[in-house]
Design a protein around this ligand. Structure first.
Ligand SMILES: [Zn+2]
Ligand SMILES: [Zn+2]
Length: 445
């Protein structure tokens, strides 16, 4: 048996399970659930692991499920194959859940199908007889943001500290025994080709701002009020004016929404609420832009003489993809989709909590096609089931062979070349330090 022969075997094993893998992806697509509430999806993962003879651990960071398989050729690094469980609220999506509004408009259903498909194939092919180290198959909750009020209530109740599944899992020690990790995200963008690897992704912090003014009769006594909506409006204008101060190379993205702007038309608004992310290529760039956003929020409060409560929330750290893993992935991806459909992407301006993992261990976060439309939009749909569900199973399973073959030489090579920026403790200290609350009184200044 050679490495190439084993990879061929696991690829054939995926093909034999193709219908089952597609059915899993489609079942999850039809039952979208929001982050930390992916109960049905988690059960499906648990049942599938059990049918493979694995022993899943469930309820990790509320809904996460992980199972592991050990190579029989001796000790070695532990490689996690990750799939994200959650959907997100996209208004107008034709498949949105009528109660929660959740829809799989980011293709995470395909991630779970691919991860489970890889587990099936490695099992069916008897791959672990030939590998060293371990594979952790990990279904993780809540990569998407949103549902903030509920998550804040969970934080107050002590059931969650972080609002992303991976940070919360890291905090609870569920990645302590993992040395390197990868996942494959679906992409609907034709320019990404059928398989691609980004260099990096933006990081971000979350922000909530609550302007507190004074209500009064909007017709007969507006001079007695302090208009919180106008304060918020000035803050929004100030944030927009700041955009020209950001350097192109920092790829800052700030996209505030107004979540409350008044109670009734004949009352001067006593309260207005904004929510935003502040994203950027490096942590320093995020923090610099974040300080400017705070200034803009205070400016609104100062102009109208309202208060503003500013909450900064830990978000996701920038993602760096591991170059050694990317080299192995390229070989596997080109074998699946052909050289002309493989792309090396530069920096991307979205953010993911895979970025957090990338600061403490080597990770890879490639994209594969099979979807159309726009990510997070109503027209997002999986249109090529083999590419979206089945091909990622092959890519993940062959990567597991590459990493853990020959005494896990591939994984050892990755670890020897990798320079993660943070220890686990330093990571937690950093993220906890991001949580800030400021109350600024514009009337007192
Ligand atoms: Zn998404
Ligand atoms: Zn996503």
């Amino acid at each position: 048996m050679t490495r190439a022969e084993l990879k061929h075997r696991v690829t054939e094993a995926v093909d034999r399970r193709a219908d089952e893998i597609i059915a899993l992806g489609e079942t999850i697509r039809r039952h979208p659930e929001l982050g930390f509430k992916e109960v049905k999806t988690a059960k499906l993962v648990e049942d599938t692991f059990q049918r493979l003879g694995l022993t899943p651990r469930t309820g990790l960071a509320l809904t996460g499920v992980r199972a592991e398989a050990a190579g029989q050729k001796g000790q070695g690094p532990t490689f996690a194959l990750i799939g994200e469980l959650d959907a997100l609220v996209v208004s107008g999506h034709p498949e949105a859940d009528p109660v929660t509004g959740a829809a799989h408009a980011c293709g995470h259903n395909a991630q779970i199908a691919g991860m489970l498909g890889a587990a099936m194939a490695l099992h069916d092919a008897g791959a672990f007889d030939h590998l060293s180290g371990r594979v952790v198959f990990f279904a993780v909750p809540a990569e998407e943001g949103g549902d903030l009020e509920w998550r804040m209530s969970q934080r107050r109740a002590g059931t969650l500290e972080f609002f992303g599944g991976k940070p919360e899992l890291v905090k609870r020690g569920h990645f302590d025994d993992v040395d390197l990790a990868m996942m494959i995200h679906t992409t609907p963008r034709p320019e990404d080709g059928k398989a691609s690897v980004p260099l990096s992704n933006n990081g971000r912090v979350g922000k909530l701002a609550r302007f507190i003014g004074r209500a009064s009769h909007a017709g007969s006594a507006p001079h007695l009020g302090a208009n919180a909506l106008y304060a918020a409006q000035i803050a929004l204008a100030a944030i927009n004016a700041l955009r020209e101060t950001f350097r192109d190379e920092d790829t800052i993205r700030i996209h505030p929404i107004l979540t409350h702007g008044g109670s009734q038309v004949n009352v001067i608004p006593a309260e207005a609420r904004l929510e935003t992310y502040v994203r950027g290529r490096t942590l320093d760039a995020v923090l610099d832009a974040n300080r400017k956003v705070d200034r803009a929020l205070r400016a609104g409060a100062l102009a109208l003489g309202t208060k503003v409560e500013i909450d900064t929330l830990p978000g996701y750290l920038p993602l760096d993809c591991d170059a050694t893993m990317a080299r192995y992935f390229k070989e596997n991806a080109v074998a699946l989709v052909g050289e002309s459909e493989y792309r090396e992407l530069g920096h991307r301006t979205g953010s993911t909590d895979m970025g957090d993992l990338s600061q403490i261990m080597p990770v890879l976060h490639p994209y594969m096609g099979g979807a159309r439309g726009t990510g997070h939009a109503a027209d997002y749909a999986i249109v090529d089931k083999l590419l979206a569900y089945v091909a990622p199973a092959k890519a993940l399973a062959t990567m597991a062979v590459d990493m853990l073959w020959d005494g896990a030489a591939g994984a050892r090579e990755v670890l020897a070349n990798a320079r993660p920026r943070l220890t686990l403790e330093a990571y937690l200290t950093l993220q906890r330090g991001m949580a800030q609350r400021e109350v600024y009184d514009g009337a007192a200044n």
